[in-house]
Design a protein around this ligand. Structure first.
Ligand code: SDX
Length: 431
């Protein structure tokens, strides 16, 4: 079959270009415009990248219309039901679900990288107690390259793998230490007999003076939420990690850049913003007023946890978490969290409102996740930290995929310049 191409004609000059269409295994194909500027002299313009594929990837597939999400071809619903975080982390890094021996080895490697260099302890003390934990995460994760010179040669696949293991393993320890610092309690060392999530809960909630046993319901719920947050194709923070990595920056610096990008309320910071929004709304009778503000172009207020660049249907992760909310809240003994009832009513009213229907605005992953974190006793300012722990698996998998591309190049977008044309300097006395 002839190559599939798109012909573009410049109706000013009559010049034409045939652009090859690259085939996807699932979802939209892509028009390759790599030679467009060189042959036609025009840049393509797509701020916000609404129509732009920045790369090809085998990791994660989203279908915005159907509200579908797959990791390495496995539907998120099946992984949520049958798998666990460490097994999905293996799947994302190595491309296949592990056999038992592989899973045991991988789990053992991650466990044995969970301790932090003792010198890092003083870093946390350098922050005020009221420092936002995400500020601490950005700083401490970015500093890891100062400790691990033996795994920053990104041209060495073994170094890349060790750095990935270290990042996945140490994020819970750094997160827990950030939390402990904010509440004035001593840092707790990891316990290698616990699961990945069990260890996080142990390091966050145990104290030296008494035994701590994580509630199995809490452990299972957090493991499931982490699976849902692992990766999401080329979202803002993942694109940031890829762009940082394309310059050859070390993996620790790249993940720190991802954490910084995730923090924004339009992205991973939304889960914290949803809880603040629900607390501000306070009562069902106030919902109409807030919806009116969300619809008012002149009002910066947005309905946090609603809308998505890709999903124009219910976010499959939100569907799973929403279902979990009932189970977790009732099992943990706070059946009727008024904020959960309020969230359900807010969702119901918004989904029947013309503004939201017309714009295909549905609840996203952040709308319900904070309610579960809250039920697990995790403070609001730690919600995006939780997101960053899970997303580190996706970030390192995307970074490894990009770095191992044989013709990998630095990412360097162009611009449509609309500033002043050339003009001469005017001495201050003549201005
Ligand atoms: C995450 O990219 C990912 O995959 C991200 C993520 C991941 O796993 O990595 O899924 C995680 O970041 C989820 C999103 C969390 N953010 C929020 O919940 C914040 C609230 N949502 C919005 O800020 C917004 O919906 C975005 C940022 C999520 C998406 O923004 P887009 O795609 O740029 O959409 P847009 O701003 O162009 O909105 C289109 C229209 C606009 O109205 P009109 O100009 O057409 O009149 O919809 C309106 C917007 O004003 N709109 C909203 C709205 N979201 C969009 N109006 C009110 N409330 C909202 N939440």
């Amino acid at each position: 079959m002839d190559e599939h191409t798109l012909t573009i004609t410049d109706n000013k000059t009559g010049q034409q270009i045939e652009l090859p269409v690259r085939k996807a295994t699932q979802g939209p194909d892509a028009v390759d415009i790599g030679h467009f500027f060189r042959e036609m002299g025009y840049l393509t313009y797509d701020p916000g990248f609404l129509s732009t594929a920045s790369c090809h990837s085998k990791l994660t597939y989203l279908d915005g219309k159907q509200g579908m999400l797959m990791y390495r071809g496995y539907p998120i619903e099946q992984l949520a039901e049958h798998s666990n975080f460490i097994e999905v982390a293996h799947l994302m890094m190595y491309g296949e679900l592990p056999q038992q021996q592989q899973l045991d080895n991988f789990s053992d490697i991650i466990v044995h990288h969970s301790m932090l260099n003792e010198a890092l302890k003083s870093f946390f003390r350098g922050f005020y107690h009221d420092a936002h934990p995400m500020a601490i995460m950005v700083g401490v994760v970015g500093s890891l390259s100062a400790f691990y010179h033996d795994s920053t040669d990104i041209s060495n696949p073994r170094h890349r793998e060790i750095a990935a293991h270290r990042l996945i393993a140490k994020m819970p320890s750094i997160a827990a230490a950030s939390y402990k610092h904010s509440i004035g309690e001593p840092q707790v060392y990891p316990d290698n007999s616990l699961s990945y999530v069990g260890n996080l809960l142990h390091m966050m909630f145990s104290v030296p003076c008494e035994q701590f046993q994580a509630d199995p319901v809490a452990e299972k719920a957090l493991d499931l939420i982490f699976i849902l947050h692992i990766d999401h194709e080329q979202n803002a923070s993942t694109s940031t990690v890829r762009l940082a990595g394309s310059s050859g920056a070390n993996p620790f610096a790249c993940i720190a850049s991802g954490i910084a990008a995730l923090w924004g309320p339009a992205h991973g910071g939304a889960n914290e913003a949803v809880l603040s929004m629900l607390e501000k709304i306070g009562d069902v009778k106030n919902i109409p007023g807030y919806l009116a503000r969300a619809k008012d172009r002149d009002d910066p207020f947005r309905l946090m946890g609603f809308g998505h660049r890709v999903y124009k249907n219910y976010d499959p992760r939100a569907r799973i978490i929403r279902k979990m909310c009932h189970e977790v809240l009732s099992k943990l003994g706070n059946d009727s969290d008024p904020l959960f009832e309020l969230a359900l009513r807010l969702e119901e009213i918004a989904l029947n409102d013309e503004y939201f229907i017309e714009r295909k605005l549905y609840p996203n992953v952040d709308f319900y996740s904070g309610l579960i974190y809250k039920a697990l006793g995790i403070p609001t300012n730690m919600f995006t930290v939780m997101f960053s722990i899970a997303r580190t698996v996706g970030w390192v998998a995307q970074w490894m995929e990009m770095i191992s591309e044989k013709n990998q190049r630095i990412g360097r977008p162009r611009q449509l310049y609309i500033g002043p044309t050339k003009r001469d300097y005017v001495p201050i006395g003549n201005r």
